[in-house]
Design a protein around this ligand. Structure first.
Ligand SMILES: [Zn+2]
Length: 145
């Protein structure tokens, strides 16, 4: 696995506004440091470059592993995972209390694979939301590096 330089790490964290780009948790509300995730894993030819990296909380990252897609149980089709560098979160997901709901098949497989709506995660989001600390808001959600 290629090491991510400090410069690249800083860029990814700053670009994400310190938020997990999958579940919108703020790193400041987490005990453990967030991970720099290869959206397309190196195993599948993904580069260690800004346009292929995102900030991920340890839970999202551990469930994702090197996966890049899954079977959408609604369409039964092999579906790529939502890609935070090419797609906009709010166009693919919506929040309903602490539950993250899908708007698209890409979001549905992402929610399934990352277990985004595990009960403890939903409760954590509801708790943080009641404190005004969820969702975390990235400074911009553009498609550039
Ligand atoms: Zn997360």
């Amino acid at each position: 696995m290629t090491a991510v330089s400090d410069e690249l790490r800083c860029l990814v964290i700053e670009r994400a506004g310190n938020c997990c780009e999958y579940c919108l948790l703020n790193q400041a509300d987490n005990t453990f440091s967030f991970h720099i995730d290869h959206i397309i894993s190196e195993k599948h030819g993904g580069e260690t470059a800004a346009q292929n990296l995102c900030l991920s909380c340890p839970i999202c990252n551990s469930f994702k592993g090197s996966d890049i897609g899954s079977i959408d149980h609604q369409t039964k089709h092999l579906t790529p995972l939502y890609n935070p560098r090419q797609q906009v979160w709010s166009e693919h997901f919506q929040l309903n209390g602490g539950v993250i709901e899908p708007r698209t098949p890409e979001a549905r497989v992402r929610i399934f694979l990352l277990r985004l709506n595990q009960l403890d995660r939903v409760f954590e989001r509801q708790e943080l939301s009641s404190l005004g600390r969820y969702p975390c808001h990235p400074p911009s959600q553009n498609h550039e590096t």
